[in-house]
Design a protein around this ligand. Structure first.
Ligand SMILES: Cc1cc2nc3c(=O)[nH]c(=O)nc-3n(C[C@H](O)[C@H](O)[C@H](O)COP(=O)(O)OP(=O)(O)OC[C@H]3O[C@@H](n4cnc5c(N)ncnc54)[C@H](O)[C@@H]3O)c2cc1C
Length: 300
């Protein structure tokens, strides 16, 4: 059992790791590459930067600083979370258990611009398989995505629903392991239904039509689960039942605790000022608060 798992190695995650390591918590930092800093050409408004630094360099320096302090870094994608009392963190490298978790996964993912997706949110379009699978028991459902996160969500649904298909919306499937879930790679034109999702309208497959094949362009589905790219903070918070703000960020108190005891959040995923300085401050606070929580749990 880990004391503390920190998800994300941006300014918030690294700052949390520095404080947690110095507090003797021996944290495990899980990270799937650079986040928002990738697009930051130059950072010049952060303390101590006499000359501007590229986002990439700041990210690399942060990682090296954490490693130099003895922080264990695992290159893996977090696919989902679960657990009761303690936390289970499901990753592409296996499942880890921890007393406390800090989410520092950066800003919210954008919803895809497929017509119908916004309109049917809460009426068939869902962002959390583990939360909503039960509503679709015995029904056919779709998962949108093309990677391990989509596969993880489809496998959560499979035992409950009558059938599940992953729709990649024209993207190449990019799964890191073998699986038995059906995959459809056609482009999606729209999500359709009368008041509630009834299925997906697909673009016509011209090649198949020219070959005289009968390819259906409407695929029935009572639910559409969005799982594009990697799991983000919002998805992970939802899976744990943590409250979100009206803007869809993780709701935290002054100690950076979410509404779930032992689950903390820091950085862009809590909304507000989306800047390195704020992420570093929140990460430091989360690292300290998680330490206090873990010591209380252990009775020390
Ligand atoms: C173009 C641009 C320019 C900017 N310029 C500035 C500037 O000049 N000054 C400034 O202060 N700020 C700037 N910012 C904002 C700044 O980059 C962010 O506020 C800051 O990086 C947020 O830090 P974070 O740690 O919360 O998230 P991020 O830096 O986004 O880090 C998120 C981390 O989470 C990891 N992660 C996400 N999902 C998973 C998963 N499922 N499994 C495992 N790991 C995961 C990622 O790999 C990454 O390591 C800029 C942002 C952009 C986009």
């Amino acid at each position: 059992m880990e004391n503390l798992i920190i998800v994300g190695a941006g300014p918030a995650g690294i700052s949390a790791a520095l404080y947690a390591a110095r507090g003797n918590l021996n944290p495990l930092l899980i990270n799937s590459g650079i986040g928002a800093l990738e697009k930051a050409e130059k950072i010049e408004n952060y303390y101590g930067l006499e000359k501007p630094l590229s986002g990439q360099e700041l990210f690399e320096r942060g990682l090296e600083q954490a490693k130099a302090l003895g922080v264990r870094v695992l290159d893996a994608q977090v696919l989902g979370m679960g657990g009761f009392d303690t936390f289970e963190v499901h990753t592409t490298e296996g499942t880890f258990e921890a007393i406390s978790v800090i989410l520092a996964t950066g800003g919210k993912r954008k919803a895809p611009s497929i017509p119908g997706i916004r309109e049917f949110e809460g009426r068939g379009v869902s962002y959390c398989a583990v939360c909503d699978a039960f509503f679709y028991r015995g029904k056919e459902v779709a998962v949108l995505g093309n990677g391990d996160f989509a596969l993880h969500e489809a496998e959560e649904l499979a035992p409950v629903v009558s059938g599940v298909t992953i729709y990649t919306d024209g993207e190449e499937p990019d799964f890191s392991r073998e699986h038995s879930i059906a995959v459809n790679t056609m482009k999606i034109q729209a999500i359709e239904g009368e008041g509630h999702v009834e299925g997906l309208r697909l673009h016509s497959d011209m090649t198949a039509m020219e070959e005289g094949k009968n390819v259906p362009s409407f695929m029935p589905a009572a639910g559409v689960f969005v799982a594009l790219g990697t799991a983000g903070s919002t998805e992970m918070a939802r899976q744990m039942g943590a409250e979100l703000t009206e803007k869809g960020n993780i709701k935290v108190d002054a100690s950076m605790s979410s509404t779930i005891p032992g689950l903390f959040a820091a950085g862009d995923c809590t909304g507000g000022l989306l800047q390195v300085a704020k992420a570093v401050h929140e990460g430091a606070q989360a690292g300290i608060s998680a330490g206090q929580y873990i010591r209380r749990k252990k009775g020390r």
